[in-house]
Design a protein around this ligand. Structure first.
Ligand code: C2E
Ligand code: MG
Ligand code: MG
Ligand code: MG
Length: 282
């Protein structure tokens, strides 16, 4: 690339930048085929209740099993899909995959726990999402309470009324709603007040240093106290150590999720975790 600046010709070429651009461009081009040809997979991460260390839910996290590049993580394609609008198709794929997974596990006789899926702002813009989920649930004779939708604050800012309507409809189908990454944005309490939110997921930024930063411990305790007074459940994200668990238990946090308990794992491994009913205890 070259630029003209006051007559002097400055040429610059950043090959690494360009390569990153090419890479993202190629992913964008291929994503529709990836969805259609079954290259997306879900991994599942358990949510563990602190009172008895039982698995009370799973979070579905999408990965792209690319034939040439191997396993690709959401940071490399989810934001891209949000920008291009492909997230709507991707989101439908995710919901359908969650419902089919539950139906398959039910057929195997597994005691089902709710599966949470992540919802992007774009998906809350139209009401088709609810009809789609309702139809998929019906097609597999599955109860809505076996699904949970995780939304982030940024997913709600665009149109609070529209998002509230969609979330209320999802709640009407029996789904529970969790506010993801809480504390990382504006932490607008208005959302908690005006949306049918049942769970707050405290962002891992407040969890990682909870042992060394008293202010983080105070923030977590305060969020938990507020949430409990409002009748909400609290999940702490990104739990990597036993010390963090001890602090979160002291703070009266209800549920923990993170590498210490289990990384996100493929369906077969997740099934084994749920069968075992509990993971590593401190
Ligand atoms: P999220 O919903 O907040 O999910 C938690 C992320 O933290 C996941 O990353 C998970 O693997 C990671 N994580 C879990 N435990 C730990 C831990 O102990 N330490 C650390 N450092 N990380 C941990 P992942 O799977 O790469 O997903 C990143 C984000 O991509 C998600 O954040 C979510 O916002 C988005 N995402 C994932 N799947 C989907 C999807 O199906 N649809 C949409 N719209 N977004 C998705
Ligand atoms: Mg999430
Ligand atoms: Mg999160
Ligand atoms: Mg996140």
């Amino acid at each position: 690339e070259s630029k003209r600046a006051g007559g002097a010709r400055i040429t610059f070429y950043d090959s690494s930048l360009n390569r990153a651009g090419d890479w993202l461009f190629s992913l964008e081009q291929r994503l529709p085929r990836a969805i259609a040809e079954g290259e997306l997979v879900l991994h599942f991460q358990p949510k563990v209740r602190l009172s008895d260390f039982r698995i009370v839910g799973l979070e579905a996290l999408v990965r792209w099993q690319h034939p040439e590049h191997g396993l690709i993580f959401p940071k490399d394609f989810v934001a891209l899909a949000e920008e291009t609008g492909q997230i709507v198709e991707l989101g439908k794929w995710v919901v359908r995959a969650c419902i089919r997974q539950q139906a398959a596990w039910r057929a195997e006789g597994l005691a089902l726990v709710p599966i949470a899926f992540n919802v992007s702002a774009r998906q809350l813009e139209d009401d088709h999402l609810c009809a789609f989920i309702r139809d998929e649930l019906e097609a597999h004779a599955l109860e809505g309470r076996l699904l949970e939708a995780e939304v982030t604050e940024t997913g709600l800012v665009e149109s609070v009324e529209q998002a509230g309507r969609v979330l209320a409809a999802l709640e009407g189908l029996g789904l529970s709603i969790a506010l993801d990454d809480f504390g990382s944005g504006f932490s607008n309490l208005n959302y908690i007040r005006s949306m049918p939110i049942g769970t707050i997921k405290i962002d891992r930024a407040f969890v990682c240093d909870i042992r060394n930063r008293p202010s983080d411990a105070v923030i977590v305790e305060s969020i938990v106290a507020l949430a409990h007074k409002l009748g909400l459940c609290v999940v702490a994200e990104g739990v990597e150590t036993l010390e963090q668990i001890v602090h979160l238990k002291t703070a009266r946090c209800d549920v923990v999720q993170g590498y210490y308990l289990s990384r996100p794992v493929p369906a077969a491994a997740a099934c084994e975790l749920v069968r075992g009913a509990y993971v590593k205890q401190g």
